[in-house]
Design a protein around this ligand. Structure first.
Ligand SMILES: *Cc1c(COP(=O)(O)O)cnc(C)c1O
Length: 377
């Protein structure tokens, strides 16, 4: 028998989360952001559930090719645009829309030979200082692009650094508006957090922040971008990925006994611990310490001691106290949904490990087999 660890993708939850975004902004088109292999879920595994989106946004040209291989004929947006001039050939051939965030990308376009003019998303750096033209250079970039025969339609985009937090987006919205309000073209501003928290912020001319395209990533995958301020359930988002395993051993500890490398956990009373076939080589965060929540046989308990490469240990006292049997073979849910229906939000595990759900989803290791939950007919 292979090691019992398994990652399960829940297509119905993906459908639900997409529908939830649509309901929030019915007049807006939705990009399903599927970069990083659909946030670790697997592009091919999420495709059917997310094909109701208006387009797919990603960064990797190979992932764009995989989407076309799935026979997706709709829009695909390269969020970082091209990395070198010859990427433009693939954009022409596969009809990829692409961000334009720097002068070099305009230079490459101006020398590109194509029969099909490209649809581009001109990106403004409105304060995040990652990608994009500064506000005072934005109009000149637009004018330059607009004069190119290689360019068809120009849309305008920017990205927020603090849509999930107390600093908010007002300063970036003001910057974006001041430098672009009179330019024509569709807009795309919102990531998941901006859609959930700020979608109705007004822009010029009766537009709102949700115009015209929202870029939805993490919310489609059932995590609250502003956890712990909100939980996923508060936003009506459902978990799309379960990481599960089983107990492969149990140990009975006496007071003073310790668990795992570094002996960071010491029993203060007699107790049983379970040993789980899941470690940091599976992508489980090593920084998750004693107290990180875990479900064993659907019962919430905690991790004890250090996570090792292939194993971690869990406290079985809550199960023993409740009379729930726990032995070799018992189901363990590291995050997601148990067979009983009990849920452990990935956001809680991420928080306990000092990280975010995005990182946990993307970190599930190649050695972990994936399954897709069957959908009711
Ligand atoms: C990843 C990404 C998104 C999606 O962000 P979420 O927080 O996952 O919704 C949107 N826009 C850009 C430019 C991105 O890189």
């Amino acid at each position: 028998m292979p090691r019992p660890i398994l990652a399960t993708v829940h297509p119905q939850a993906l459908r639900h989360n997409l529908a939830r975004a649509r309901r929030a902004v019915p007049d807006t088109r939705v990009w399903a952001v599927v970069k990083a292999n659909a946030y670790g879920h697997g592009l091919e595994r999420v495709f059917d559930a997310l094909r109701g989106a208006d387009g797919f946004a990603l960064l990797d040209l190979a992932e764009a090719e995989r989407l076309r291989a799935l026979d997706w004929r709709g829009p695909i947006l390269l969020l970082e645009g091209c990395f070198e001039p010859r990427d433009l050939e693939l954009c022409s051939r596969l009809h990829l829309w692409h961000a334009v965030h720097c002068e070099e990308q305009i230079d490459w376009l101006s020398r590109h030979k194509t029969q099909v003019p490209h649809r581009v998303f001109l990106k403004m750096n409105s304060g995040m200082n990652r990608l994009g033209f500064r506000p005072d250079a934005f109009r000149a970039a637009w004018t330059r692009l607009n004069a190119l025969p290689q360019v068809d339609e120009i849309s305008l985009m920017t990205h927020f650094s603090d849509a999930d937090g107390p600093r908010g987006i007002a300063h970036q919205v003001a910057t974006f508006e001041a430098a672009s309000a009179d330019l024509p073209g569709e807009r795309s501003l919102c990531n998941s957090a901006a859609l959930l928290r700020h979608a109705h912020t007004p822009l010029h001319g009766g537009l709102t922040l949700a115009a015209d395209w929202v870029r939805q990533g993490i919310a489609l995958y059932g995590s609250a971008p502003d956890h712990p301020c909100h939980r996923a359930a508060d936003w009506d988002l459902r978990p799309t990925l379960t990481l599960s395993s089983r107990l492969i051993a149990t140990q009975t500890l006496a007071p003073g006994d310790t668990v795992g490398y570094g002996s960071t956990f010491t029993a203060t009373q007699p107790m049983r611990v379970g040993v789980v076939a899941c470690g940091y080589a599976d992508g489980y965060p090593r920084h998750a310490g004693t107290g990180t929540p875990v479900l064993v046989a659907g019962v919430r308990t905690r991790l004890v001691g250090r996570v090792s490469m292939d194993m971690l240990a869990v406290d079985l006292a809550p199960l023993d106290a409740a009379g729930v049997p726990a032995s070799v073979g018992s189901e363990v849910v590291l995050w997601g949904v148990a067979a009983s229906g009990a849920a452990l939000p990935i956001d809680e595990v991420a928080q306990a490990a000092g990280t975010i759900a995005y990182e946990l989803m993307c970190a599930v290791a190649a050695r972990v087999p994936f399954a897709t939950e069957p959908e009711p007919a």
